[in-house]
Write a protein that binds this ligand. Structure first.
Ligand code: F6P
Length: 356
């Protein structure tokens, strides 16, 4: 079999593990060939590619980023996009394309499948927001990077008795925020799932600092928003693909908190550091499993499927079912998060003392 492969959307630690897994399975186990398209669908559109073999993939397992490069280009953004995809299949004698990407890329896989193309999807995102898979690779690495940063911020926050706001990624969901907030012992974690009340937030902080010996670490997902009437957030800029460029809530929030409470506040935005560098072991293993499973799905001509982690096993789900909605943070984790924030009178946690 001849398989085309590409990595699309924002890069993510573990992408190279998927490529290596797919190439090893193809070449060594299943006597197949892999063509890698550079810079996602842009490579398909422009016929920019390289042959991927075991030699080319040597040493890439611990490497962050993607050796193929990535972009947010996609066939449906071009008038003749489908024709160009067809040409790529014909020119290279491809039996399948495996597309590794986030929500946007999975939509493309779904639409290509509807149009009769033999495609398989591999879900990728540090945000961990793709439905029907318990986890995406890259997420654990991002959480570890944020947790390490929060660990460091504790000592400086405590020395100065400051509020430190840590802004992490998460456009629509707060998986990174919740996991790193819990792991790093943040006092408060704010997610896009639950718009926050700025007055109540400040009351919690003031209550905590009243004793004079506390500092407060607040983790905020870039997509978190105050409840209506809270404070204004400027409209974000738009990138060349029409996506909102998020980031900025952290500095606005730190300013608001300092203005409203009088407690010195600073902010740290972790930004793309969360996506850079070597994947943690979990992401290397998940990426490898996904890469091999995607090749096996292609060999069985199980088109239109996305490989997924479900109850710890690698399964296949219809990609069309995975793209309908995003995977939000589990309500149990949100409840856990609420239990660990500073108490104020009126909180519904019987048995726990109110901080006064
Ligand atoms: O999709 C993952 C993500 O990391 C989002 O959390 C973030 O908003 C976005 O990518 C930023 O991507 P870029 O700056 O590369 O366009």
């Amino acid at each position: 079999m001849r398989i085309g492969i590409l990595t699309g959307g924002g890069d993510c630690p573990g992408l190279n593990a998927v490529l290596r897994g797919a190439v090893r399975a193809s070449e060594v186990t299943y006597d197949s060939t892999v063509i890698g398209f550079r810079n996602a669908w842009a490579g398909v559109m422009q016929d920019d590619y390289e042959t991927l073999d075991v030699d080319r993939c040597r040493g890439i397992l611990p490497l962050g980023g993607t050796i193929l490069g990535t972009s947010r280009d996609q066939p449906f953004a071009h008038e003749d996009g489908l024709k160009r995809v067809r040409k790529a299949y014909d020119r290279h004698g491809l039996d399948a394309i495996i597309a590794i990407g986030g929500e946007g890329s999975m939509h493309v896989v779904s639409r290509l499948h509807e149009n009769g193309f033999p495609v398989i999807g591999v879900p990728k995102t540090i945000d961990n927001d793709i439905s029907l898979t318990e986890m995406t690779f890259g997420f654990q690495t991002a959480v570890q990077i944020c947790t390490d940063a929060i660990d460091r911020l504790h000592t400086t926050a405590e020395s100065h008795h400051r509020v430190l706001v840590v802004e992490v990624m998460g456009r629509h969901v707060g998986h990174i925020a919740i996991w790193s907030g819990l792991a790093g012992g943040a006092a408060i974690t704010l997610t896009p799932e639950e718009p926050f009340d700025i007055d109540e937030l400040c009351e919690r902080i003031v209550g905590r600092h009243r004793k004079g010996r506390f500092a407060t670490i607040i983790v905020v997902a870039e997509g978190a928003l105050p409840k209506p009437g809270g404070f204004e957030i400027p409209e974000p800029d738009i990138d060349i693909y029409g996506h909102k460029i998020l980031g900025g809530i952290g500095s606005i929030l730190a300013r608001e908190i300092q203005g409203r409470t009088g407690i010195e506040s600073r902010m740290t935005a972790l930004g793309h550091i969360q996506r850079g560098g070597s994947p943690v072991a979990f992401d290397r293993v998940l990426g490898t499993r996904f890469g091999v499973a995607a090749v096996e799905a292609a060999l069985e001509s199980d088109w239109g499927q996305m490989v997924a982690l479900r109850s710890g096993r690698i399964e296949r789900v219809a990609v069309a079912d995975a793209v309908g909605s995003l995977k939000m943070v589990d309500p149990d984790l949100l409840r856990l998060n609420a239990m660990f924030q500073p108490r104020i009178p009126g909180d519904e946690h019987p048995g726990l003392p109110v901080e006064d």
